[in-house]
Design a protein around this ligand. Structure first.
Ligand SMILES: C[S@@+](CC[C@H](N)C(=O)[O-])C[C@H]1O[C@@H](n2cnc3c(N)ncnc32)[C@H](O)[C@@H]1O
Length: 248
């Protein structure tokens, strides 16, 4: 990490001198705009909005309908933030756990799903990606951003790091907390997107544009649920007697 901080030093100095406050969330939104190429999604789902920073940007896309899904405990803080930004009345907020509560059943499908900083808080990550696929309309776009594997020997492999019974000092060194247990590598997320059936998968360089260190520990993707069924996508096989990866 010291090496990365050293590599980032010139950029940090320039950012400070020029008062450049742009961050990876803005860059990720710019990637999305490029990916959409001027298309306007008619419906948007934002998962885990927390502070409304991305919500405000997403609203500028001009969709007819914007829905958010957030855990119930975050209700007061989220609504205060959205009210402060003057956008609370523009959003239909559903409170519940998207993995286990049926809060979106009457709202799907969406043309765009924005899911940033959420995947790594949930241990059933492949299943979450499959759900996002199911909630997109054909031709719809997914933006998926997440913290990723931290350990030097594993973060370049297609794998998931399990963080369990790790000493507090090690957690602190890697900026992790006890409720984060599964950290997929960037290439694991890429593989899952493809396995589930997404196409036109692009790795967003948004973190690297902010800092090299950040790009070592987080990943972001923009991809599409294609109009046609994807032949050969492993999770679209239904030759077992249940749909693989889609247990309800
Ligand atoms: C680290 S914050 C990310 C906030 C923001 N999207 C960002 O990129 O900075 C994660 C948010 O996702 C929400 N979240 C995590 N798992 C969720 C789930 N299964 N269902 C609904 N919301 C979830 C949390 O409550 C929290 O607001």
């Amino acid at each position: 990490m010291l090496l990365y901080r050293a590599l980032d030093l010139p950029r940090r100095v320039i950012r400070k001198l020029t008062n450049d406050r742009r961050d990876y969330r803005l860059y990720m939104f710019e990637n999305l705009q490029t990916y959409l190429g001027g298309r306007t999604p008619s419906s948007i789902l934002e998962i885990g909005p927390r502070d409304g920073v991305d919500s405000e940007r997403l609203l500028t896309l001009g969709a007819d309908r914007m829905v958010q899904a957030e855990l119930p405990h975050a209700k007061d803080a989220l609504e205060a933030d959205l009210a402060g930004r003057g956008i609370l009345d523009k959003i239909d907020i559903r409170y519940g756990n998207i993995m286990y509560d049926d809060v979106l059943a009457d709202a799907v499908p969406f043309d765009l799903i924005w899911c940033a900083g959420v995947l790594y808080h949930n241990p059933e990550q492949l299943r979450m990606i499959a759900r996002l696929y199911d909630w997109l309309a054909p031709g719809g776009t997914l933006v998926l951003e997440t913290a990723t594997a931290r350990r030097f020997p594993t973060r370049g492999q297609k794998c998931v790091e399990i963080w369990h019974n790790v000493p507090k000092a090690v957690q602190n060194r890697h900026h992790l907390s006890h409720h984060i247990t599964h950290l997929p590598s960037i290439s694991a997320v890429d593989a899952w997107l493809s396995l589930v059936g997404f196409s036109k998968i692009e790795h967003s360089p948004c973190h690297a544009r902010q800092s090299f260190a950040l790009s070592r520990v987080r990943g972001a993707f923009v991809c599409q649920r294609s109009h046609d069924a994807v032949e050969g996508a492993y999770y679209s096989h239904t030759d077992e007697n249940y749909p693989i990866g889609r247990a309800s």
